[in-house]
Structures are given as C-alpha cells and as structure tokens.
Design a protein around this ligand. Structure first.
Ligand code: PYC
Length: 403
C-alpha cells in the first residue's frame, strides 16, 4: 500500500536542503515551477524551488484562469502570444491534461471611445499575427446568446474585441504539471520553506537563508508576485511595485449557458463558466495597497450588480466562495523580467493581473537567460532598467478590467 502511494505522488516529498544549488528559485507558483521545468529542459537540474506555503498557494491558486494575448502594445501582444502558443501544446508536453478550453474571449465596448480603443488593439494584434478583431452586436449575440444586449441597458453593448484563441485553463493543473515535470528532471521542490535573508558579497548573492537552513546559490530567481518587493529588498534591489488585492468569486454549478469569456472593462467585470458549470467572476484590483488577502462585501455587491445587468438569468445563482489574491503592480502595467543590478539575482515581477497568462513563456525565457547569459529578445522590453531610461511599455487599459 505504501509503495502504491509512493508511485502515485506527483512529485517527490521534500528532502533536506542541500548545501549548494546552481539555481535557487524563490516561489513555487506557476512562474517559479515553469522556470524550474524549462531549466530542466536546458539540462540545468541542480535547482531548488523554495515555496513559503504549499505548491501553488500564492497567485497561481487565486486567479480566474483566463488566457489571452490581445494586448495593447506590440511588445505585450508578442510576448503573451508566445505564451498562449506554449499553453496550446502544454498538456501534451507535460503529459498531463490542463483542460485548456480555447472558447474565445470577448471584451465588450459600451462607448465610442471604447470602440476606438478596441479597434486600435485589434490592429496591433493583427500586425503581430494574433487572431483578434472588432465585431458588432449581431456577431456577439451569435457567440453569446445569453448576454443581455438590450438598447435600454445602462451600459449598451456597441461592439466587442473578439479574440478566438483566448480561453480558460485549469490553473492548479498548470502548477502540478510543471511541478511534476521539473521533479522528473531532478529539480528539488521545497514547500514550507521561507526565505529569511539573502547574503550578498561583492554585488552578488552568495547564499539564501531560509527557516530550514542556509544554502549557497549560483543564481537566484525571485518569482514571488505580491511578495516581490520584500524579496527584492532582501537582495538590495528596489522594485517600483505596489501590492494590491484582486478579488474573485464563483457560483454553484449551473447548466451550460456561457461558452466564451466575457469581459467589460467599463463595468469592471469578467466572467466565464467552468467545465464544472460554475460561473467564475472577478472585478478590478482594489486601489489600496496591502498584503492582507481579505475580501470585501462591497466587491460582492458591485460585481453581482454588474453581472446581473449582463446575465439576468443568474439572479438566483448562489455564490459558493470568494477569494482575494495579491497582485504586484508596476508603473506601466507591464512585467519586470530578467536581470537586476545584482549580477546573479533575476526577477519575474510586476504582473498586475497578467501573471498566470505568462507562466510558460516566463519559464522558457528565464531558463534561456540563465543557461546562456543572454537576454531573450521577447523579454528585452521588460527590463527593470526601463524605469531609469524612460522606455515604458504601457499596458494601461488593456486589462480585463481597468487596473
Ligand atoms: O487581464 O485577462 C485579464 C484578467 C483576467 C482576470 C484579471 N485580469
């Protein structure tokens, strides 16, 4: 019986920490584990992933699992498109069903201004070869018959940005798949291992202190989302990031009604229906900064009000649960990815609400950076340095909802 359990484990139970690793990754969420997995693909396997809670207990376990690449800037669209393409092949690559449903993604426009912005985004997307276009109410109705399109609506639907490759994926399966793949390559995964200090000598990190002992490290990567500024501070790297909560909730399972992701930036709503039938819904980032993942009644009231304007059929649906997660927000709403002024300290941070969508491409590019010492072209625009050289990549207003 014991052997049976051993065989069925997704990854090995954590052992003692070794004295030294080539790479220490702080954060056992989708980014940390994807990076570990792709480092394994590069043949770099003396790697430890340190996670302060259980695997996938941070932002990876607290999102609404939407994937898309219809961003506003060419840099963003190109980057997230590479991620969606990797996601498309990931179930096969990891030999683990991630339940990726490319059901399509609709961003509604309720004003002339919003129509203009969507048309602009469609053009940027198309120039990058991304399937994304402006559609009118008739096509919206055909794609989403349940959506209320009445002329007397408070927010009349004038059109939408339609992005067929967008969709939803099973978020914890992504984490488990990467963890299993990394483990199989020989990477060590250490849950409940909290980083308490980073020892720096001559401008490099030489060791990582944890609640379970100190390990020497060749390279250190922080993939800690909402906690990025705190880990950056331990390394002596100041990050222009503020941490906020993002709230979401889910209804009881209902009959199939919605098979496309629907977003309204102006109404601060995104909604999809999961394979289990639950409606998964969220709103915008809360404006205050905090590390306290506590939800609010106001969120539930406002979100329900807007969701019912779009889908009055949900009037009697009961909410099963709600949650809040931490988002690390950068000044231009684009990520901060790659090297820092501390030679061997790299980061994946500043994701706002976009982090989960980027996991595979973050893993591929950070692994390449570590393996070759060269900055991959796709992530060059997202360096920390851009805030000093004023080369911002503004994704403001390209979120599912404004943030
Ligand atoms: O930008 O697609 C998005 C998103 C979904 C949930 C929060 N942000």
């Amino acid at each position: 019986m014991r052997d049976l359990f051993r065989v069925r484990r997704m990854w090995r139970p954590r052992g003692e920490l070794k004295d030294s690793y080539d790479v220490v990754i702080i954060g056992g969420g989708s980014h940390g584990l994807a990076t570990a997995y792709y480092l394994g693909q590069q043949g770099i396997t003396n790697v430890a992933v340190l996670e302060q809670g259980y695997v996938g207990s941070g932002a990876a376990g607290r999102n609404t699992a939407i994937l898309r690449s219809n961003y506003k800037t060419p840099e963003g669209a190109r980057f997230y498109d590479a991620s969606v393409k990797l996601y498309e092949g990931l179930s096969r690559e990891l030999d683990f069903n991630l339940l990726f449903s490319q059901c399509g993604h609709l961003t509604l426009a309720h004003s002339d201004r919003a129509m203009f912005v969507m048309a602009n985004r469609a053009e940027v997307n198309q120039l990058e070869g991304i399937d994304s276009r402006l559609i009118g109410p008739d096509e919206i109705k055909a794609l989403c018959p349940a959506l209320r399109l009445a002329d007397d609506a408070e927010y009349p639907v004038m059109g939408a940005l339609y992005h067929p490759p967008g969709g939803i994926i099973r978020h914890d399966a992504v984490v488990w798949g990467f963890a299993r793949g990394a483990d199989r390559a020989g990477v060590e995964i250490h849950p409940y291992t909290q980083v308490t200090g980073l020892e720096r000598v001559n401008g490099r990190i030489v060791a990582v202190r944890t609640n379970r002992g100190t390990v020497r490290a060749g390279t250190v990567i922080s993939a800690t989302a909402g906690w990025s500024t705190l880990i950056g501070e331990l390394a002596g790297v100041a990050l222009p990031i503020t941490t906020h909560i993002l709230q979401a909730c889910v209804t009881e399972p209902l009959k199939p009604l919605l098979d496309v992701v629907v977003v309204s930036s102006q109404m601060h709503v995104y909604i999809s229906q999961s394979d289990r039938g639950e409606f998964v819904m969220g709103s915008e980032i809360e404006p205050w900064t905090t590390y306290r993942m506590q939800g609010t009644l106001n969120f539930l009231q406002e979100l329900s009000r807007h969701v019912l304007e779009l889908f009055p059929q949900l009037e009697h649906a009961r909410l099963l649960r709600a949650w809040a997660g931490l988002c690390d927000l950068s000044p231009d709403y684009s990520p901060i990815l790659g090297a820092t002024e501390v030679g061997n300290f790299h980061i994946s941070a500043g994701w706002g609400t976009y982090g989960f969508k980027a996991a595979p491409i973050v893993g591929v590019t950070l692994a390449e950076l570590v393996a070759t010492g060269r900055v991959p072209e796709l992530i060059a625009p997202f360096s920390l340095e851009r805030f000093y050289t004023d080369d911002l990549v503004s994704e403001l207003a390209a979120a599912a909802v404004s943030h």
